[in-house]
Structures are given as structure tokens and as C-alpha cells.
Design a binder for this molecule. Structure first.
Ligand SMILES: Cc1cc2nc3c(=O)[nH]c(=O)nc-3n(C[C@H](O)[C@H](O)[C@H](O)COP(=O)(O)OP(=O)(O)OC[C@H]3O[C@@H](n4cnc5c(N)ncnc54)[C@H](O)[C@@H]3O)c2cc1C
Length: 458
């Protein structure tokens, strides 16, 4: 039987960070990837990563601290996320940022994004990120990647430890031994209608935009061996996609974080737009016909960021997805909402934010505690029909700070590790932008560090 010290299931950001970490420490590693290429959901992502205290922030004069990032993660997570995981993220996040830079990952821009009290969205091109890690791996003779090789089941040895993986390659079932550990990094289940129906029937009307391999395989494999699965009740979609969006053309715009508002088909607002786009998504799905529009003016339009996945409003215009008109009357006509109601909505909102706190939903900021909203008054005016997409599941296998998979009694399942989107307990009830790619890198590496220090019989 083939044998490696570490077997990693999945070649997205978590799996590739882990493969590099393990490979550089000299361990023999096999990474099994179900698809014909690396990247999973990672390469579809907007590429935001949540770090605090970086040189990029310093250059822009942004004061930040690990504690502030930790506070935001806990607050936005509704205080139901596992504090030790958040503290561990805090402890390792800046070192991880430098580790990524040292491994060729290029951080490009810095933006204010959902859930953060200061601009903390450090962007990467996720293709460049995965390719940089792959380049490192290719130089390491002790790391092997096998494509089109889906893991099917995890097997225990006589000692009750997870020590083998049953997988498929070239149409045949094979078994490989893992002497120090198996790391599940197989991503989420946003492409599994079966699991979504089971755990998130409320997301029935949401688009599905995610990696092709995101079927929850790792979750099921861990489940068989008694893994606990936190955060499932908080599964949410992400607001801000045009209804025509899909995994290839992801037309998305978050003008509400630059000062736009959101109205439903009746022409009325229904939420504080500075909240997490997950919370906005849940509320949007409950509106009449599930239809809503982002509305903004030229002041907001001028805050567009070219080539940014979330804020490139000009791109949406070039794709003919925006209504652009000179008056609120015309705007109401375009989106078929009552003119008088829309006028009233905008007037009430404008006077509310000018007085400091708008009375209807208490909006005080652009994103979470950051930035000052501006009145919607400067022509031309814009409307963008928006809906919710299921991108990532952010719930699943319970892990501790070493990446060990836990059973319902918080006891590690011997030999089994998990990292990335397949894990639960980190985000809790709300999601902070950039924390998913961030946790892939932080916990992918921590799991490897723990696994490699132990050796037991297969
Ligand atoms: C449109 C979009 C935008 C996003 N934007 C952001 C963002 O800006 N910032 C952020 O932090 N997060 C973002 N996310 C979420 C983030 O991209 C994912 O949560 C993260 O990339 C998951 O990484 P991963 O390594 O855990 O899983 P993936 O990247 O999904 O990798 C898992 C890999 O495992 C493989 N696999 C699955 N099953 C098996 C099996 N049985 N055997 C072997 N291999 C298997 C898959 O094929 C895949 O290659 C976004 C997601 C989407 C879809």
C-alpha cells in the first residue's frame, strides 16, 4: 500500500497552504484533488483577505490592531462563534499575511468591506494565489498532487485512528495510508442541492455560485467518524448579485457599502444597509417576490473602484445591468415601484442620515461602524436589481485551534484534521469579508504543524 506522512483532501486555498507548509518541512505529502485542476471555490472568489496591522494599512494611514479584528469577528459572528478559534486567528493572522507574501502571493489593493470597522480587505487575484503556491509545490519532490482523484471514505486502523483514505483514480478504487494525519480541505457544499435542501431550505431561491467540487464530500466523510458540525443553522447567501450572475460571470456590486440604499418592489427600504451582506441576503429573500434593487446617486458612483470584484459599478454599466436616469421619477418607472413611495423613501432616508442616525433602521455607517453615509441627491441616479447567491457554506466540521477534528464531546478524532470552508465554529452567526480565505491559510498551516509532530502506526 502507498504511504505518505500526510494526505490532504482538496487543492483549494486551505489544501495548498497546507501542502506548502508540510512540503517545506520535509514531510511526504499526497494531495488528492477531485477535479482536473486546483482552485475550487478559491479561484472564483473576490480574493479579499482579512488581516490587521499590515504594511498596506500603514501606508494608507489606517490604524488597526489584532484586537479590533478579533472584536469584529466576534461581534459580527453574533458571539456564538468559538472564541478560541478567533483568538488563534488573531494570534497568527499577521504572520500568515507575511508567509503568503514570502510565498509569492501579491496583495493588490485595500478596501473597506463587510463586517470590518476599518478598511481591512486585502485583495489578491485568487488565481495568482493558487498558482504561486502550486509553483512552490512543484519544486518540492516530497509533495505529490493527484488530479481527478476524489477521496471517498476515511478508514480507521486497528488502534481506532484515521490512517487511510479510500479514493478513486483512473476509474479504480485505491487506498493510501497516512502515517501522521489526514487533512480534509475539500471546501463547502454550496453545489449540493441535497445538503442545501436538508440544512438551508430557506435558500431555495438563491443563485448557486461556487466551485464544481463543493458537494460536501469531506463533511460526510468526517461525519461517518463522529465529527460534530457547528454553525449549520446560520447558513446564508450573499446579497448583491444581479439575477443573471453565475459561476462564470459573477456580476456583483455592493453600492450599499459606498452609500446606496436597498428597496423592495414596493419602493421601501427594509434593513440597515451597513449590515453584513449575509444578513441583507436573508432579509432580501423575504421581500415580495424576492425582488429588490440597490439605488444610488452620482456621489456613490464616483466611489466605484475599477477592476474590483465588489465595487466596479462602471463594469455593471458596461454590461447593461444598471438603470441610469436623471430623476427619481424616471428611476421609479424603470424598476416599476410607486413614484411617491420611492420619493418618500429617499427623502426620509436623506434627512435621517443628515441628522446622524436615520430613524427607520438606524443606519449610521457605510459598512460595519465605518464611513459616513451621504444623501441620495446628485443626478444621475442608478438602480441595480440584486439578489442572493449561495457562495460558500461556512459551516461544518468542528475543529480546535490545532485543526484537529472534534466529536460532539470536544474530543479530537485521532488522526483527523480539517481546514478551510469545510469547517464550522469560526464564523458563527455572521460572516466578515475575507475571513474565509484568511482562515484557510491560518488553520491549514496550523493543522499541518500539529499533524507532523506526531507519528503513529498506520
Ligand atoms: C464568488 C465567491 C466570492 C468569494 N469571495 C470571497 C472573498 O473575497 N474572501 C473570502 O475570504 N472568501 C470568499 N469566498 C469564499 C472562499 O472563496 C471560500 O470559502 C474558500 O476559497 C474555500 O477554500 P477551501 O480551500 O476551503 O475550498 P475550495 O477552494 O473550494 O477547495 C476545495 C477543493 O477540494 C476539492 N474536493 C472536493 N471534494 C473532494 C474530494 N472528495 N476529494 C478530493 N478533493 C475534493 C474541490 O474540487 C476543491 O478543489 C468567495 C466564494 C465565492 C464562490
Amino acid at each position: 500500500m502507498e504511504s505518505f506522512e500526510l494526505v490532504i483532501l482538496g487543492g483549494g486555498f486551505a489544501g495548498m497552504c497546507a501542502a506548502v507548509e508540510a512540503g517545506e518541512s520535509g514531510a511526504s505529502v499526497l494531495l488528492l484533488e477531485k477535479e482536473s485542476e486546483l482552485g475550487g471555490s478559491t479561484v472564483l472568489s473576490s480574493g479579499y483577505m482579512a488581516f490587521a496591522g499590515t504594511d498596506m494599512q500603514e501606508k494608507k494611514g489606517i490604524e488597526d490592531s489584532t484586537q479590533s479584528l478579533v472584536n469584529d469577528l466576534i461581534e459580527v459572528g453574533g458571539r456564538v462563534n468559538k472564541k478560541e478559534l478567533i483568538d488563534s486567528y488573531g494570534e497568527h493572522q499577521l504572520k500568515t499575511y507575511h508567509w503568503l507574501v514570502d510565498h509569492g502571493i501579491e496583495f493588490r489593493t485595500l478596501q473597506a468591506v463587510s463586517g470590518h470597522s476599518v478598511p481591512r480587505g486585502h485583495t489578491i487575484d485568487p488565481h495568482q494565489g493558487i498558482q504561486s503556491l502550486y509553483k512552490v509545490v512543484k519544486e518540492l519532490p516530497n509533495v505529490m498532487i493527484r488530479f481527478n482523484a476524489p477521496a471517498k471514505r476515511l478508514l480507521k486502523n486497528d488502534m481506532g485512528r484515521i490512517g487511510q483514505v479510500l479514493y478513486e483514480a483512473n476509474g479504480k478504487e485505491q487506498i493510501v495510508a497516512a502515517t501522521k494525519g489526514v487533512l480534509i480541505a475539500s471546501g463547502g457544499f454550496a453545489k449540493s442541492e441535497e445538503l442545501l435542501k436538508l440544512f438551508a431550505p430557506q435558500l431555495n431561491g438563491a443563485l448557486r455560485i461556487s466551485g464544481e467540487g463543493s458537494h460536501g464530500d469531506g463533511l460526510q466523510m468526517a461525519w461517518e467518524h463522529g465529527a460534530w458540525v457547528p454553525d449549520l443553522p446560520y447558513l446564508s447567501g450573499t446579497y448583491g448579485f444581479h439575477p443573471s450572475a453565475n459561476s462564470v460571470v459573477k456580476s456583483q456590486g455592493l453600492a450599499f457599502y459606498k452609500g446606496g440604499i436597498i428597496v423592495n418592489q414596493l419602493g421601501v427600504r427594509f434593513i440597515d444597509e451597513s449590515l453584513s451582506y449575509k444578513v441583507l441576503g436573508n432579509a432580501a429573500l423575504r421581500q415580495p417576490e424576492g425582488i429588490s434593487y440597490q439605488i444610488w446617486d452620482q456621489t456613490v458612483m464616483e466611489k466605484a473602484v475599477a477592476d474590483d470584484p465588489l465595487y466596479d459599478f462602471d463594469l455593471l454599466k458596461r454590461r447593461r445591468l444598471l438603470y441610469q436616469v436623471d430623476t427619481i421619477d424616471e428611476l421609479a418607472d424603470c424598476i416599476d415601484v410607486p413614484v411617491k413611495v420611492l420619493e418618500h423613501t429617499i427623502t426620509t432616508y436623506n434627512s435621517g442620515i443628515q441628522s446622524g442616525t436615520e430613524p427607520e433602521f438606524g443606519r449610521k455607517s457605510l459598512t460595519h461602524n465605518y464611513g459616513k453615509p451621504t444623501p441620495i441627491e446628485k443626478a444621475p441616479f442608478y438602480a441595480f436589481e440584486s439578489t442572493v447567491a449561495m457562495l460558500a457554506t461556512y459551516a461544518g466540521i468542528a475543529v480546535n485551534t490545532k485543526g484537529q477534528v472534534l466529536n460532539p464531546y470536544d474530543e479530537p478524532i485521532s488522526g483527523l484534521y480539517a481546514a478551510g470552508e469545510v469547517t464550522g465554529g469560526f464564523h458563527g452567526a455572521g460572516y466578515v469579508t475575507g475571513s474565509s480565505l484568511g482562515k484557510c491559510a491560518v488553520f491549514g498551516r496550523l493543522a499541518v504543524l500539529d499533524a507532523l509532530k506526531k507519528e503513529t502506526k498506520v
